[in-house]
Structures are given as structure tokens and as C-alpha cells.
Design a protein around this ligand. Sequence first.
Ligand SMILES: Nc1nc2c(ncn2[C@@H]2O[C@H](COP(=O)(O)OP(=O)(O)OP(=O)(O)O)[C@@H](O)[C@H]2O)c(=O)[nH]1
Ligand SMILES: [Mg+2]
Length: 475
Amino acid sequence: MAETIVAISTPPGRGGIGIVRLSGPQSVPVAMRLVRLRGSLEHARACLADVLEEDPESDDTAEADNAVDAQDASLSREAARSWRRMDEALVTYFAAPRSYTGEDLVEIAAHGSPVVLEHLVRRAMLLGAQLAAPGEFTQRAFLSGRMDLTQAEAVRDLIEAQTLAQARLAASQMGGALSARVQPIKQELLELIALLEAGIDFAEDDLEVAPAEEILRRMDAVAEPLRTLEATFRHGRVLHAGLTLAIVGRPNAGKSSLFNALVERDRAIVTPIPGTTRDLISERIALEGIPLELVDTAGLRESTDVVERLGVERSRTALADAALVVLVVDATAGLHAEDRRLLAALEQRAAIVAWNKCDLQPGMKPEALPPGMVAIATSAVTGEGLADLRAAIVRLATGGAAAEPGMLTTLRHRQTVADAGQAVADARKAAEAETPHEMVLLDLYRALWALDALTGQTTTDDVLHRIFSSFCIGK
Ligand SMILES: Nc1nc2c(ncn2[C@@H]2O[C@H](COP(=O)(O)OP(=O)(O)OP(=O)(O)O)[C@@H](O)[C@H]2O)c(=O)[nH]1
Ligand SMILES: [Mg+2]
């Protein structure tokens, strides 16, 4: 039988309310010894209760009856003891299988005092409950079939979301958006497999179950949506994980001014003196829900000043590390040799040129830039071009792909879909070469296995462990 687990499900520290959660067959008997209900326990109904502390003065202090299988017996023993009330709580009971974990589940919402909550957990453990591992409640929900693996991952993503768009993305995945997208693809694949299997069964009778073109067409009907799904990773990944954007350029170009405009507060020092910024300054912002770590850097130039030289070194590291780059050029000065060097280095990277101080050079067009490099005339002072700059950053981050339901958000997702796509491509090649269908089927089963790994039907234990151990305790 499954162990009964217990954990504090609210964040560490003090708060208005703190919740201890129990799940497993012994949840109710254990909970009934932690609290005294003032009403009766009903499914999905909150019930007021007193949190109990055993009175140390009392004679009967033994915790001998750890096994709390006979609820009535233990309750009558309880009655003989003397108790002190240490808190009031709301107790909610969810009967299996209609609970988060699919098991009997009890939530005790006491006041958020770590002392009280830890006391409850300690007592539950003395009564035979096990301390829950990180993510164990959700893992049980997955194992009991309450949710598939993509939905379980989405629970973690929702908790960790930093922007509303991330939360929405996680919520739609939690609702099964990704699984719903995979389902019809899997159905097509299963039908194709069934067709080929039938062909093998009838092979002796010399019956063609389906013409070769029909089989190829059906393979394409699986491969095509897989490709489309894989392409959603481009946007899904940045929405899920965010990106770093470095603002670089020559001293005095207006990097810190643009940085302040983008973070919408006066964060970095701005002066007319070149070499004002010495160290890296970073701030998190969200553009259309995409979390961005913005890094303002020291202006790039040769310097004899030790501090400035160290700052410039850091700028170069930040420039190398960033996923996106905004190169700020002072429009009144035009392209400098240093700018040209930077442009050449940025040619293969995701970069935008901010042709800044355009308020001082009205009507001035950015100088000839490498083909494909996006340039935007901006003014950190008047705000001109900033909306365009934000839009260009979003386009650069997402590759222009729109957000859609059921996007792939993690490398694990991408890998399984890519594996499935590759297996179907192999099957197609084999079919074209008129390989016996037994061999073609091996590739198709590989594709099926990969799709099942995405939703968790065939996921190995170590992968499951990796996923659930990234959760917090109590979830
Ligand atoms: N007119 C005008 N002035 C600007 C604009 N952007 C920045 N400036 C001015 O240019 C000067 C330098 O701006 P900063 O933002 O400190 O430039 P920086 O690139 O961070 O400079 P360093 O930190 O020295 O590398 C300040 O006096 C700003 O007010 C702009 O778009 N228009
Ligand atoms: Mg600066």
C-alpha cells in the first residue's frame, strides 16, 4: 500500500495562513489525531477544527500506537488523553479518487506560524506519515492518472511563472493544451501502424492493404504536424525561460538612457561624461510576457583608467553571453571604427542597432549596415522609436512566431517531438526504398514511443525523478 505523505505546502516563513497537506490511505486517521473537528468531515468541505498539542502533564503520553489503522480505536484512546489547543484551523478533506493526488487527501490550514506547522508535520510523522519528497504530491497525481506528464510539468511552471503570460502558458498546458495537440498526431500514427500490421498479417494472401502512395501520404500526415509543433519551441522556449539582452556600444551613445527607458525607471546613472557606466547593471522586465534580463554595460573603448578597463572587460563578457544584443550608436557621431568592428562580430547574432539621439538629427537615416541587420531610430529623451525598439526586440526573441496554445516549452518536449519526427522520416525513407513493412514498423513504433514519452506514458524512472525533483516540497 502507498505510504501516507505529509508536508508544509505553503512557502517557508511566516504568513497569515500555512497549510499542511497529507495524502495517502492514512491521511484521515492521522489528521484526526492532529486536530479536533468542530463538525463532520465531508468531501471538499472546509471544517473548523482545533489544532491540538498533547499536554505534557498528562499521564498517557505514549506514542506507542503509531499504526493508526483502526480509526475508532485510536479516537477513543485520544479521548482519554488531555490536550491543549494551540491553534485554530480549517480542515478540508478530499476523498479518493476525487483529490489532487487521486488519494485520500487532507489539508490543514492553520495560522502561518512555522512553529505550529512544523509541530503538525512532526506529529504526523510520529503517527506514521512520511515526509513528502519535492513534487511528490504532483508525482502521485501523475502516477494515479489524474494528469499526464506535460500537465504535471505545467504545475511547476505555473508556480515558478514570473510574468502573467508565463502563468497563462502554464495554465493552458496544465489544462492539457499540449497533450490535446499531440493526441490527433498520435491517432494518425496508430492508424498507420495498424494498417501496416494488417498488411503483414495478410502478406501470405498476397493482398495489398494499402498502395505505397497511400502509406507515404499517411506518413506525411504525421510528419507535417510534428514539424509545426517542433517549430513552436522557438517562441515557447523564450516565453518559458526568458532571455538576456545586452545593451552595448561606445561611451556616451545613450545606452544607460535607453536602458532606463526600457526598465521604465531611473535605474542607471546618466551623465554627458563618456565612461559614466563602469559596471554591469541588470534589471528584469517583461515584453509581451517574455521575461528579459536587461544588461546595461560600460561603453566600449580603449582606456588607460584601470576601473574603466575592468568595466569594458565585463561589457565584452556580457556581450558574448547575451542571447540578444542592442547596439547603441550615437546618430550625431555616426558609425565609429569600434561600431563597425562590433557590427561585423554581430552579423551572425540576434542583434538590433538603436540609432540613438535621433531627436538631434531629424530625418537622418541610419548609415549602411550589414544586410539583414535591423536598425531603429530612437531617442531616449523624447521616447521616439521606443515602441518600435520593443517590438523589434520581441520579434528577435521569438523569431516572429506568434504565441499559440500547446507550445513546446522545454528541451525535453522538443527532444521527444524531434525524435518522433526523425523516426517518421526514417520510416518514410525505408518505405520509399521498399523495405519490408516489418522494418518500417520498427521506425514507426519508435515515433510512437517518443510521443508517449512526451505525455509520460513511456517515460523512464530517471526522467521522472529529474522532473519531479525540480518541484518544491509540498507540491
Ligand atoms: N538628445 C539626446 N540625448 C541623449 C539621448 N540619449 C542619451 N542622451 C544623452 O547622452 C548623454 C550620455 O547618455 P548615457 O545614457 O549616459 O550614455 P551611455 O552610453 O550610457 O554612456 P557611458 O555609460 O558613458 O558608456 C547624456 O547626457 C544623455 O542625456 C537621446 O536620445 N537624445
Ligand atoms: Mg552608461
